[in-house]
Design a protein around this ligand. Structure first.
Ligand code: NAD
Length: 372
């Protein structure tokens, strides 16, 4: 369906194309039943691009990504390309997209569906109803700060070093995303750093506090040291709504939070850039899982993480909150009805039905039909 919404679809490698096929069914359903259409371009990335163009992301694909309203990404990588030169590894394709689109805010929801409360590694009473959003700063901090490297020091010993560096502006822009998002949720932000031992932590806390006072005083803001937060996430995760933190702490804490929910196959993410003059942000949506070479091509992959990434795209890039709610509700109902891909066959499995990728996708579309 023609529309003024442009979407670049990059299925990638391994299970990426398989789970993307299921999302295509939902895209078609939305076009037909809700008149939500996209001008869709599709291209190769990762190993598939390496095979076709000799690079993990071509300049032409990069251009399409920069022009699109949103990019829906699958996954990249696999044993076939393990021996590729470092600069040509499939994952470099994703890193280039993130860098050139300047996607500085990484949104990682961790939500526990009632039907899967037993699949968590924590007790059901601790994770029941869990619904938190971790926002990780993605383009600065210790993974990018200079100087970095290794050398032999004056004592003749090899030493290696990285630099944690943040500007006030980098902190403010990611905190602003957290406050904006909190306003649409439970209106609570927890900002995490190590202001007790790090200069960047002190600046982080100062800037979060200043921005809050200037523009977001209606949102509740709390601060916590990142190590204390790591403990609290396991002790009582339900106390949190939106959490914002830097690149390194966010990397670790968002992985920890994702494990509260059960399976990698369920977890979506969004990476957002700065708004332009029209308010449009560059954006890329992807499941947090990789290309899962161990199950690729077997019809076993869980398409829910990709489906929920698509729902995030509807919500954050196109302001289609009702349609996003509908997709999320359909997923929740299908899980409640007992449909399970193999990765979800943990904990209590009585009354469940083991299904493959396509059956799961079809069940979600049938549920959309029922709900609409
Ligand atoms: P992975 O996420 O691909 O797989 C980890 C485990 O989870 C595997 O057992 C896999 O079968 C399972 N799993 C993952 N997604 C699933 C799904 N949707 N349904 C059912 N089971 C699922 O991580 P890995 O094995 O460490 O990496 C495999 C490849 O993916 C590597 O080449 C890695 O570099 C790449 N990778 C890519 C991305 C990305 O594209 N963003 C992210 C992580 C890893």
């Amino acid at each position: 369906m023609a529309s003024n919404r442009t979407l670049l679809v990059l299925p990638g490698d391994g299970i990426g194309p398989e789970v993307m096929n299921e999302v295509r069914k939902i895209i078609a359903w939305m076009g037909k039943k809700r008149a939500v259409g996209f001008d869709i371009q599709e291209d190769v990335v990762g190993g598939a691009a390496l095979d076709k163009h000799g690079v993990p992301l071509s300049d032409d694909t990069m251009k399409l990504a920069l022009e699109a309203d949103a990019v829906l990404f699958g996954s990249v990588g696999g044993p076939k390309w393990d021996t590729a030169d470092f600069s040509k590894k499939p994952e470099r394709g994703l890193l280039r997209l993130r860098k050139e689109m300047d996607l500085f805010a990484n949104l990682r929801p961790a939500k526990v569906f009632d039907a899967l409360v037993d699949a968590s590694s924590l007790k059901p009473e601790i994770v029941k109803g869990l619904d938190i959003m971790i926002i990780r700063e993605l383009t600065s901090g210790v993974y990018f700060g200079e100087p970095r490297g290794r050398h032999t020091n004056a004592q003749g010993e090899v030493e290696a070093f990285d630099t944690q560096r943040y500007t006030a502006g980098e902190i403010r822009r990611v905190c602003a995303v957290a406050f904006e998002l909190a306003r649409k949720r439970k209106n609570k932000v927890l900002s995490a750093e190590k202001a007790n031992v790090m200069h960047t932590g002190v600046l982080w806390r100062e800037e979060a506090t200043k921005l809050h006072k200037e523009q977001y005083a209606d949102v509740k803001l709390e601060h916590m040291y990142a190590d204390a937060l790591a403990m609290q996430l396991l002790r009582s995760p339900n106390q949190f709504d939106v959490i914002v933190t830097d690149n390194l702490f966010g990397d670790i804490l968002s992985d920890e939070a994702s494990m509260l929910t059960g399976s990698l196959g369920l977890l979506p993410s969004a990476s957002l850039g700065a708004p332009d003059a029209t308010g449009r942000r560059k954006a890329l949506y992807e499941p947090i899982h990789g290309s899962a070479p161990d199950i690729a091509g077997k019809g076993l992959a869980n398409p829910i993480a990709e489906t929920l990434s698509y729902a995030m795209m509807l919500r954050y890039s196109f302001d289609l909150g009702r349609e996003a709610d509908l997709v999320e509700q359909a997923v929740e109902n299908v899980l409640a009805a007992g449909y399970r891909t193999g990765d979800l066959m943990v904990g209590k499995t009585e009354g469940t039905k083991k299904v493959g990728t396509q059956e799961m996708g079809d069940a979600i579309v049938r549920e959309l039909d029922r709900l609409a």
